[in-house]
Design a binder for this molecule. Structure first.
Ligand code: NAG
Length: 316
C-alpha cells in the first residue's frame, strides 16, 4: 500500500516535471543542438570547421594493408565526429565502387552500399549536417550513374540545393537552417558536376568552384600551405577551404616513389598543435579565417575532433 502510494506520487511528480520540460521545448521547433553544439545552430556553414575523413571507405584493421587510410569503419568514424566523408570512385564492372587508386589495390565496395550505411547514421542523427566530397576520376556520368545512386539511397531528398550555381563562403545558410529544412547533406564532386552540362542534377555541386584545397598527398610534416586546386569564378578567399592534413611517407624512394599514409607519425600529425599550425599556414589565403574542412587519415588516432572543436572556438 505504502509503496504503491509512493509510486503514484513519484509518477505524478515525474509527469509534472516532464510536462514542464515539454512546455519549455514545444513552442520553439528550432534545432537545439547542431552538430553537437547549440552555438553552431546560428553559425553559417561557411563559417564552420568540420572534421573530415580522407578516403573514408579505405578502412582496415590490418596494418599490412598498405593502401588503407583509415582503421575504423564509417559508423565509427561518424561516431568520432567526422562530418565530411571523402572518397574516391572507380567503375568496377558495371557498378560504381569506392576504390583507392584502382579497385585491385583497395576495393571499398559499391557506392550504393556505402551510402546506405551513411544514411542509416543520418537517420539516427537528425540534428547533424554532413558533407560528402567524392572524386570522379573516370568522369562517370553524373546524371546517368551518380544521381540514380543518390536517389535510391535517399540522399537526393536530403541534399542541399544552393539558390545560385556558385556559393561564396558567406552565402551559405546556418547549420540550424539546414537542419530545420531537412536539407542537411552537402554533396560535392571534384569532376563532372557542372550546371551547364548537367542542368538537371542541381544537388551535386562542382567542388573546386566552391572549395579549394592545398596540395594533396602531402609529405612535409610541417604542412606548408598554398592554393593548389581551385577554379573560378570566385577567388580562393571567397571559397570554402579544405586542408589535406594526411601525411604520407615514401616507401620506395626511386623515381616518383610510392607514397603510403604515414601511420607511425599519425599521433603527431593528428595532434591539436599540428592541425592548428597547418590551419594557420592557410589563413593568409582566407582572410585569416580557419579552414572549413580538416581532412585526416586515421581519424581514430590523435586529437582530430578536439582540434576541430578549438578551431570552432570551443575549448574545454
Ligand atoms: C568564423 O568566424 C570567426 C569570426 O569572424 C573567425 O574567427 C573564424 O575563423 C571563422 N571560421 C571559419 C571556418 O570561417
Amino acid at each position: 500500500m505504502f509503496s504503491s502510494l509512493r509510486l503514484a506520487a513519484f509518477a505524478f511528480t515525474s509527469l509534472l516535471l516532464s510536462s514542464s520540460v515539454l512546455g519549455l521545448t514545444i513552442p520553439t521547433k528550432r534545432a537545439q543542438l547542431c552538430n553537437g553544439h547549440s552555438e553552431l545552430c546560428e553559425r553559417k556553414y561557411g563559417n564552420t570547421t568540420f572534421l573530415g575523413s580522407h578516403d573514408s571507405f579505405a578502412f582496415s584493421g590490418n596494418p599490412f594493408a598498405l593502401a588503407r587510410t583509415q582503421e575504423v569503419d564509417i559508423e565509427a568514424q561518424l561516431t568520432l565526429g567526422v562530418r565530411l566523408l571523402q572518397a574516391q570512385s572507380h567503375m568496377n564492372g558495371k557498378d560504381l565502387h569506392f576504390c583507392h587508386t584502382t579497385c585491385g589495390l583497395f576495393d571499398g565496395g559499391k557506392v550504393e552500399d556505402y551510402l546506405n550505411k551513411v544514411k542509416h547514421f543520418l537517420d539516427r542523427h537528425p540534428n547533424d549536417v554532413l558533407t560528402l566530397i567524392f572524386t570522379n576520376p573516370e568522369s562517370v556520368s553524373v546524371s546517368k550513374v551518380w544521381k540514380p545512386i543518390f536517389d535510391k539511397t535517399g540522399f537526393t531528398d536530403m541534399a542541399y540545393v544552393p539558390p545560385q550555381p556558385v556559393m561564396s563562403r558567406e552565402d551559405w545558410p546556418t547549420l540550424g537552417e539546414m537542419i530545420e529544412s531537412g536539407k542537411r547533406v552537402v554533396i560535392f564532386l571534384d569532376h563532372g558536376a557542372d550546371s551547364r552540362t548537367e542542368p538537371d542534377v542541381e544537388f551535386i555541386l562542382p567542388q573546386f568552384q566552391m572549395v579549394w584545397e592545398d596540395k594533396y598527398d602531402p609529405t612535409n610534416s610541417k604542412f606548408p600551405c598554398k592554393v593548389d586546386r581551385s577554379q573560378g569564378p570566385l577567388a580562393p578567399s571567397q571559397q570554402l577551404n579544405l586542408i589535406n592534413h594526411n601525411l604520407n611517407t615514401n616507401i620506395f624512394p626511386i623515381g616518383r616513389g610510392i607514397l603510403i599514409p604515414d601511420r607511425l607519425d599519425s599521433p603527431r600529425t593528428n595532434s591539436i598543435e599540428a592541425i592548428a599550425s597547418h590551419s594557420s599556414h592557410c589563413a593568409q589565403y582566407v582572410e585569416d579565417r580557419k579552414p572549413n574542412f580538416v581532412l585526416l587519415d586515421y581519424v581514430n588516432v590523435g586529437q582530430g575532433m578536439a582540434a576541430v572543436d578549438r578551431l570552432n572556438g570551443f575549448s574545454y
